[in-house]
Design a protein around this ligand. Sequence first.
Ligand code: NOS
Length: 318
Amino acid sequence: MARKIIIDTDPGIDDAMAIFLALQSPEVEVIGLTTIYGNVYTSLATRNALHLLEVAGRTDIPVAEGSHVTITKGTKLRIASFVHGADGLGNQNFLPPSGKPIELSAAAFMIEQANQYPGEVTVVALGPLTNVALAIEEDPAFAEKIGQIVLLGGAFLVNGNVNPAAEANIFGDPEAADIVFTSGADVVAVGLNVTHQVVLTELDRAKLEQSNGKFAQYLSKILDVYFAYHQESYLMKGVYLHDPTAILAAIDPSLMTFMEGVVRVQTSGITRGLTILYNRQKRFGEYTEWTDKPTSKVAVTVDAPAVVKLVMDRLMES
Ligand SMILES: O=c1[nH]cnc2c1ncn2[C@@H]1O[C@H](CO)[C@@H](O)[C@H]1O
């Protein structure tokens, strides 16, 4: 039976790829999209999530709007419009969607689904972790009832993309991320150390453009802005497949290897947003902030060619 997934998302060009990839993957059943700020503000994320489901012909899937502020009620959000365009989807002037989000908040929807299908729902979190942390705070049993939380976030032993310390999703709400990592839920983190190995090339993009696939066609257009950003910021002629890689971690973990250990998030100072995985090589004599905390699984290697091939094949099939 297909695994139920909720995609918590801030669409976002690579989010659009990830959502389409999930819709094309028979191993999973997308039971809802929940929205969050990050690549765009939350209201626009909701609008884009509804739009993407309309493009896909999947308006049967509910969209629940998430938090507009961080878990500490912070309103100074860092929005990555320079990565995805002002509209989050490559500045294509799409018409507004006709659908509406459901009445439940993102966190309430996650809690409802976890209660309805205990142990069977995976949340794939593609943006800052505010909604997931709210679900954990609002329902003490959520961490146990949710099947798995696969999150795109962190930079384990490599530089971040907001600054040398921090990756964008964790930096967006470090307090929320620390709540998630120490919640005791089955947490799988896919960070930049892995996603920076997964690159979609110009040639791949040309293939998407030439394909008859509906999703491939749509994506080849919105990818312009994302390519321009990578060219400017990384001097590369390709784009990182962050969010699609996280979807595939939920679908087929054998594409990656993982290290298990306690992860804590730095919440202050110049390294705010830094993710530190304790690799358990030393048994510290004294108490540390990592002592006796629940562990997470952190992706450390990836079969990048296999990931890119799966993404391409499935998007071109549409
Ligand atoms: O420089 C950046 N600042 C903010 N967000 C970024 C940047 N580069 C990529 N992303 C976005 O953040 C997630 C991965 O960290 C991805 O969703 C990616 O699209």
